[in-house]
Every structure is written in C-alpha cells, then in structure tokens.
Design a protein around this ligand. Structure first.
Ligand code: AP5
Length: 218
C-alpha cells in the first residue's frame, strides 16, 4: 500500500491516535498528529507552543494559520513521500481547503477519509481514563487497556506514565463542542468528493482495526 494518504477523523477520545499507530505500523506510512506536534511544541517552549498552550488547555482549536504552516512543513519531509495518515487534521473547512491546495501542488491525491464514530456519552470515560508511557508514548486506559504487568509499559518497559493537561471532564466538553461545530462540516465536504467512509468506533479496538484495514485494503 505504498503511497497511501489517509485522513482519520473522529471526536476527541474516539480512538484516532490508537488506530493511527496501528495503521502506521501495518502499512509503513507515517502518522501525522497535529495534537502530538502541538504538545511537543508546548513541551519545548517554542513560540508556537507558547501561543497554543492556553488554547489547548481551554479545549478550543488552535488558529488555522499555525496548523496549516505546521502541516505544510511536515508533509514536505522525505518520510512522508511513502504515504501518511493524518490524525486530527484537518479540523476546519479552511484547513481542508489548504490541504487540498498543498496536495495539488505536490501532485498527490487523498485515498480515503475515515471517520471513527463514537457517541458523546462514551468519550468522557475514554478520555479521563487515558494515560501514556512517558518514555515511548504507548497509550493505555484505566479500564480498557491496562499494561500487562501493572506499572510497566508493555512496549519499552518504562515505568513512568503521564496524563494530558486537557484530559479533564470540563475541557472535554469544549473539545466536543469544537468537534461538532467546527469539524463535523468536513464530513459532507469529503462525502461530496466521494472519499468518506464511516466506521463504528464504539466497539473493541481490535474489531475497529480489522474494519479499518478492510476499508483501506491490503
Ligand atoms: P488532539 O491531540 O488531536 O486530541 P483529540 O482530537 O481531542 O483526540 P484525542 O487525542 O483526545 O483522542 P483520540 O481520538 O486520539 O483517542 P485515543 O486513541 O487516544 O488535539 C488536542 C488539542 O490540540 C485540540 O483540542 C486543539 O486545541 C489542538 N489541535 C490539534 N489539532 C488541531 C487542528 N488540526 N486544528 C486546531 N487545533 C488543533 O483514545 C482515547 C482513549 O480511549 C485511550 O485511552 C484508548 O486506550 C481508549 N480507546 C481507544 N479506542 C478504544 C475502543 N475501541 N474501546 C475502548 N477504549 C478505547
């Protein structure tokens, strides 16, 4: 599946990051998560990170200008030539239009846009129970995915874990609102282009992965 370019959409906590990591491994393409890029910028204390921090902590969307220039720079790097899976981008119609323009300039097409759909009432539990390995970033959940050996990362053996600053019930409500108001108009945008597929993300993670692979092909 060399050269595949995929957008993974879905509400906060819907499982985009979990599935994007699996797809990245399965197909040898790169996961491009704007959320991860912004958190790295915040941790580094860069000018972008300083501008983004308060917006992210409030559960609102960072400006299109910042996001578009971040993605334009990232997509131009050589590891993206063999394909990528966009996780959390685009999130507004101007971001989708900018992506179209960028891909046209690079003579690239999108292969599929997949929404992982999960009802709102499930998302707060998913987000407030989430934690990740501080060393390798592997994701876990208090209820749905505990490390096999308590306190030890299955992947790298790390023993320190962290929780995101925006993973609290109050901020999640603002993130959900942003998804419904600003991001959901992208569903008809991609449906009109004949690219959109929707899968039920309110099932076991492995079942969701199997469905995703069926959609994306061998
Ligand atoms: P971002 O990092 O993109 O966060 P998000 O969209 O809110 O999504 P999450 O990362 O919270 O969830 P996810 O769908 O990846 O779920 P996960 O797989 O972890 O963005 C953060 C912020 O950055 C935004 O609020 C905004 O401020 C800014 N930002 C980012 N991109 C932007 C953009 N393009 N424009 C403007 N601003 C932007 O799963 C969640 C938990 O559930 C995990 O613990 C997992 O183990 C568990 N889980 C996953 N799947 C299942 C399952 N099937 N069953 C049970 N549990 C499951």
């Amino acid at each position: 599946m060399a050269g595949k370019r995929i957008i993974l959409m879905g509400p906060p906590g819907g499982g985009k990051g979990t599935q994007a990591k699996r797809i990245q491994e399965r197909y040898g393409i790169v996961q491009l998560s704007t959320g991860d890029m912004l958190r790295a910028a915040v941790a580094a204390g860069s000018p972008v990170g300083k501008q983004a921090k308060a917006v992210m902590d409030a559960g609102k969307l960072v400006s299109d200008e910042i996001i578009i220039s971040m993605i334009a720079e990232r997509i131009s790097q050589p590891d993206c030539f063999n394909g990528f899976i966009l996780d959390g981008f685009p999130r507004t119609v101007p971001q989708a239009e900018a992506l179209d323009k960028l891909l046209t300039e690079k003579r690239m097409d999108l292969d599929k846009v997949v929404e992982v759909a999960v009802p709102d009432e499930r998302l707060i539990e998913r987000i407030t129970g989430r934690f990740t390995c501080a060393k390798c970033g592997e994701g876990y959940h208090d209820t749905f995915k505990q490390p096999k050996k308590p306190g030890v990362c299955d992947v790298c053996g790390g023993t320190e874990f962290s929780r995101r600053a925006d993973d609290n019930a109050e901020t999640v409500k603002a993130r959900l609102k942003a998804y419904h108001v600003q991001t959901s108009p992208l569903l008809p945008y991609y449906e009109k282009k004949g690219l959109l597929m929707v899968i039920d993300g309110d099932r076991d993670m492995d079942v969701v992965t199997t469905d995703l692979i069926k959609i994306l092909g061998a």
